[in-house]
Design a binder for this molecule. Structure first.
Ligand SMILES: [Zn+2]
Ligand SMILES: [Zn+2]
Length: 444
């Protein structure tokens, strides 16, 4: 049993009493085994935290009880906790001598939807959102992230003779609205608190538990919102010659806008437009005054994004001009940018994670979904964002064979297997953080 293992299995006081050895290579394999052993004894508590969070989810910027629960856990571990950062966010700091500041982020928020998993700890909670009552569910797995975040903090404290510096554990609100990261930064995240030298975040998904995936460079998409209001002239459905038909314009736009993707954008580059909502009219024999289309625009590269935004705007104007209608109202709202993983941070972490997870640690293509962790990266925190799976590997293999995918994030049936999923989150995140501290020691 090596020094790491001994430390993790004994008390922090005993660890501190052990002599600190001259710097050696991080032994990720032995560390992983030690983390897994300590996880076994920590798990009953983490399981209770997870199931409580899962059963009582809260929506973006309403995560008051969720944040209070995490604050209590972190205070009990000895972190200095500041609540209410960026409305409902929190910052937990643990200083352990001189050294770099390493940030680990979790999200707090759940989704406005009804859970249909039938699990004994399924959510039946409701909330008011955008003026209406809705069910709330952790169908994106942010509860898995929170339990892994608490577990990682506890594990790192058990290993505190192995690193020196500051842990900065942050819990951000409103990731689903890609608004919480910006709110925390605007509220002084990097001025009232230390600016991290390195940052990490993880996200779960419908893959197999025990697996960790990552990529160098772009890891998620740029997102922009699309809102277009076509102005027509309403009238009788049997007298179209006296009207300007906005439903016709909306229909034409929905089809023609896809030619921006297929004909204008470089086909070897990722970009998409999805129209998720059309609002117009009340009855079959009335031509309405206006039609609204709402959608989302995704891309990886800034130049592809710029080309698409220009093409979408031109198509909307052209469709209105073709109908001899007034110019449409066009709002292409900037959402958040792609998360770009830092090559040096990834290079360091991947050595430890590869040694620990072997072929279960793998490079995967970038996600076409978006994530406002990019706000922290763009504020100057070199980072690594990685993914973990949540389902039994045999079920995942069977689903792949049958061609019917397992329920993914934002599905009412999304149901991670808690223990092995949280174990993977805690192990991978702890190793990633230790690798960052280790790199700093070498760098000095
Ligand atoms: Zn989500
Ligand atoms: Zn999410």
């Amino acid at each position: 049993m090596n020094r790491f293992v001994t430390c993790l299995l004994t008390s922090a006081a005993l660890c501190a009493a052990l002599p600190r050895q001259a710097h050696a290579e991080l032994d990720a394999v032995k560390l992983k085994a030690a983390i897994e052993t300590s996880f076994e004894s920590d798990y009953p508590k983490l399981d209770a935290i997870y199931k409580d969070l899962h059963a009582h989810p809260e929506i973006a910027f309403q995560e008051v009880k969720t944040a209070a629960k995490l604050a209590a856990e972190m205070r009990a571990l000895g972190f200095e906790v500041t609540e209410g950062v960026g409305k409902t966010g929190l910052v937990a700091l643990y200083k352990n001598g001189d050294g770099p500041t390493i940030m680990v982020r979790t999200e707090l928020d759940a989704l406005p939807m009804e859970e249909k998993t039938g699990l004994p700890y399924a959510s039946r909670d409701k909330a008011t959102w955008n003026g209406r009552e809705t069910f709330v569910a952790h169908s994106c797995g942010h509860d898995i992230h929170m339990a892994s975040w608490v577990g990682t903090a506890k594990t790192l404290l058990g290993l505190k003779d192995q690193w020196h510096g500051t842990l900065m554990f942050i819990a951000q609100p409103a990731e689903e609205e890609v608004a919480g990261a910006r709110a925390m930064i605007a509220d002084g995240l990097f001025t009232r608190f230390p600016k991290p030298d390195t940052g990490f975040a993880l996200h779960d998904g419908a893959g197999a538990y025990g697996y960790v995936s990552y990529r160098v460079g772009v890891g998620s998409s740029n997102v922009d919102g699309l809102f277009i209001r076509f102005h027509g002239r309403g009238g009788h459905g049997a007298m179209p010659q006296a009207t300007i038909d906005p439903v016709m314009m909306a229909a034409r736009f929905v089809v023609d806008v896809q030619s921006v993707i297929s004909r204008e954008k470089d086909p070897t580059e990722f970009g998409l437009v999805t129209i998720g909502a059309i609002h117009a009219g009340t009855a079959g024999n009335i031509i309405p005054d206006e039609a609204v289309v709402v959608g989302t625009i995704r891309s990886f590269k800034p130049q592809v994004r710029a080309k698409m935004l220009a093409g979408i705007e031109r198509t909307a104007k052209a469709v209105a001009a073709m109908a001899d209608a007034p110019a449409p109202e066009i709002r292409l709202d900037e959402g958040t940018k792609a998360v770009v993983n830092d090559a040096a941070v990834v290079g360091t972490a991947e050595k430890a994670l590869k040694a620990a997870f072997g072929e279960k640690f793998m490079v995967t293509p970038a996600n076409t979904t978006s994530e406002d962790y990019s706000e922290f990266v763009n504020a100057g925190v070199p980072s690594m964002f990685f993914n973990i799976g949540v389902y039994d590997p045999e079920r995942v293999a069977a689903a792949r064979k049958s061609g019917t995918p397992l329920p993914g994030n934002h599905s009412a049936l999304f149901a991670p297997v808690p223990k092995p999923t949280i174990a993977t989150g805690v192990t991978a995140m702890t190793l990633a953080v230790l690798s960052a501290f280790d790199q700093h020691v070498k760098g000095n």
